[in-house]
Design a protein around this ligand. Structure first.
Ligand code: GLN
Length: 311
């Protein structure tokens, strides 16, 4: 085994980009009005190996909002900050089989898992309980360490989601009702909305994924961002729930732990091998990026990367 060697990989990514860029199926997310302003032609792919080689094709340096891709990394931060027992008592790890914005909770009134909105808002709540007003800064610093550079926020997207995010508000107040969230529900929601509006590129996502693939050490900066133990927990929930109600299909077909977001990003992390970041804002009916999904499928098939096909 070993990650694919350099020349065929670069050629493969270029071919993928050329082939899938003509696929204009899918829709821009529109329930956050500002996301409708995205350019549907944008398409970037970046791949980072665990020894720090960076491959980039297309719009790999175009910034977009991280949205739900943040959930994986904020979950890792919550584990680091409050520990596994506290996280487990608050949030489950079972796939919900429902869309990311489902308001349904488990029988014991917890979020199903940290990859859906309810669970992600609960993670923000745990971080808020420790850090208070500094919670978002803590999130931004951690995601920046994963990316290996200072990440900023798209204020327009943040304002747009704050103005329209009543469904997430309903989820948060339901969580408050069951004492999953602390009193300051609006402040917790603001941490969540802000983390979703963090600006990244496909390249950033690839470095973030490669950090997960590299047992928590950022392969570009050399910084140990998170412990290997937390990496394994994070990749587990990405495997079972990272692609929402397409997660089972995804793990069966692609077999690489991944997380998608409605901004059009996907991160995929193959342990001991590589991290992939894709960006294309046209989404399918599960709210996963159409072209990003195709890239992941093709990459997995071409280089035989299904994680359960290791030898
Ligand atoms: N901010 C978005 C929301 O909460 C994130 C959803 C997503 O990317 N799936 O609705």
């Amino acid at each position: 085994t070993g990650y694919p060697t350099k020349p065929p990989l670069r050629r493969f990514l270029t071919d993928c980009h050329a082939e899938f860029r003509t696929d204009n199926s899918g829709e821009l997310a529109d329930y956050i009005p500002e996301l409708k302003r995205a350019n549907p032609d944008h398409f970037g792919i970046a791949l980072v190996t665990i020894d720090g080689h960076v491959y980039e094709v297309g719009d790999s340096e175009v910034p977009f909002t991280i949205q739900s891709v943040s959930k994986a990394f904020v979950f890792a931060l919550a584990l680091e900050m409050v520990g596994e027992a506290r996280v487990s008592a608050t949030i489950g790890v079972e796939p919900s089989g429902e869309a990311f914005n489902s308001i349904r909770l488990t029988n014991d009134n917890r979020p199903f898992n940290p990859m859906v909105n309810a669970g992600a808002i609960a993670c923000s709540g745990l971080i808020y309980e420790v850090e208070g007003k500094g919670a978002f800064e803590r999130v931004r610093a951690k995601l920046s360490a994963f990316a290996g550079r200072e990440l900023g926020v798209d204020e327009a997207v943040h304002a747009s989601e704050t103005a329209t995010g009543n469904r997430n508000r309903a989820i948060a107040w339901l969580l408050r009702n069951y004492a999953v969230l602390p009193d300051d529900v609006d402040a917790v929601l603001d941490v969540y909305f802000r983390q979703c509006a963090i600006l990244v590129t496909a390249r950033d996502l690839a470095v973030m994924a490669a950090t997960l693939a590299n047992r928590g050490i950022n392969p570009v900066t050399g910084v140990q961002v998170i412990t290997p133990h937390i990496v394994a927990r994070t990749l587990s929930v990405m495997t079972s729930s990272g692609m929402y109600d397409y997660a089972g299909e995804w793990t069966y077909r692609v077999g690489i732990p991944a997380k998608s977001g409605v901004g059009g990003g996907i991160v995929a992390a193959l342990p001991s091998q590589l991290g992939l970041g894709t960006f294309s804002p046209l989404l399918d009916n599960h709210f996963n990026s159409v072209r990003g999904l195709k890239v992941c499928e093709a990459l997995s098939a071409r280089f035989d990367l299904h994680m359960l096909n290791r030898n």
